[in-house]
Design a protein around this ligand. Structure first.
Ligand code: GRG
Length: 294
């Protein structure tokens, strides 16, 4: 795990400095929006999604600058989702990544706009010529639209809101979590395969790895909400029970949820078999997804 933790920290530094270079600098009458975008995207977060893009791409020796641009784009989408999720109309949170949420530090209108602008910036980064050839860029844009929009993360978030106070079946909660959380994580892994011109078998293996890891990651999030420490996590805990949100913990109970996360982690690792030792860091990432404390 020491290897993984130092690789995660190194990649986070690389992604942070790329984001710093790509995000607009505050200037003009729209300065507040630009400052808010930087507040949301810089200075925090594990950067796990970006890590997955960098490390899946490294399996194929893919161009590092393209990978870093796409890692930064994925982190922009993730940052936008957190900003909007924290709004009073959604989870109504005061703290995120150990600092006040964007709408607390700025205001609600700015938080909505900064989220919108981060999402748009992400697509602009994927589509720009520096990211790769036309076919690679088109595939990245189409896949991210699928993963982030109504058929993925936003759709999952809508189900999350619809299910508050309800008692959905296990398969509904499972589908919600796949869409809300796993689809963007899966995209992060597929991006490395796309930029690296992976074979179909390699691409499918990484997509399956990402989906299992993403589902395990969300169950770990449910467990952290139920058992974790708000100080360590840099955000509130026990929110799910407070708003009667169905989670894998509420549906399965703590022990079965833990077992399910472990099974998914093992499945994720098995999908990497065809890459041999080259995929050791990615295997450790799957273990980290369920062992993490924040
Ligand atoms: C509002 C469109 C929209 C979507 C929201 C991502 C999301 C969907 C909501 C955030 C709340 C939540 C619990 C999401 C599940 C995914 C998740 C565990 C996010 C936190 O990701 P980490 O732990 O965060 O990777 P850091 O801060 O490390 O980047």
């Amino acid at each position: 795990m020491a290897d993984f933790e130092s690789a995660l920290a190194n990649n986070a530094r690389v992604i942070e400095s790329k984001l710093d270079a790509l995000l607009p600098k505050a200037d003009g009458a729209e300065s507040k929006l630009l400052e808010a975008m930087r507040y949301a995207a810089l200075g925090g977060g594990k950067r796990l999604r970006g890590f997955l893009t960098l490390e899946t791409g490294a399996l194929f020796g893919a161009d590092h600058d393209s990978l870093t641009r796409v890692a930064a784009a994925v982190e922009c989408v993730h940052a936008y989702s957190l900003v909007h999720d924290d709004l009073p109309a959604m989870d109504d949170d005061d703290m995120r990544r150990g600092k006040p949420t964007l709408h607390k530090a700025f205001d609600e209108a700015t938080a909505i706009l900064a989220g919108d602008a981060l999402l748009t910036l992400a697509f602009g980064l994927l589509a720009a010529p520096e990211t790769g050839d036309v076919a690679v860029r088109a595939e990245l844009v189409a896949k991210l639209a699928q993963a982030a929009g109504h058929a993925g993360m936003v759709g999952g978030q809508a189900m999350d809101l619809a299910f508050e106070g309800q008692f959905p079946e296990l398969e509904d909660v499972s589908r919600l979590q796949r869409m809300k959380t796993a689809d963007l994580i899966q995209f992060s892994c597929e991006a490395g395969a796309i930029i690296g011109n992976a074979s179909d078998a390699q691409h499918t293996a990484l997509a399956n790895y990402g989906r299992c890891l993403g589902r395990a990651f969300q169950i770990a999030d449910d467990l952290l909400d139920a058992e974790g420490d708000a100080g360590e996590m840099g955000k509130a805990a026990r929110k799910d029970t407070a708003v009667q949100k169905p989670t894998m913990v509420s549906v399965l109970g703590l022990d079965r949820a833990r077992a399910q996360a472990k099974t998914l982690c093992e499945q994720a690792v098995r999908h990497l078999d065809l890459f041999g030792e080259k995929a050791d860091l990615l295997k450790q990432a799957a273990e980290f997804a369920i062992a993490r404390r924040a």
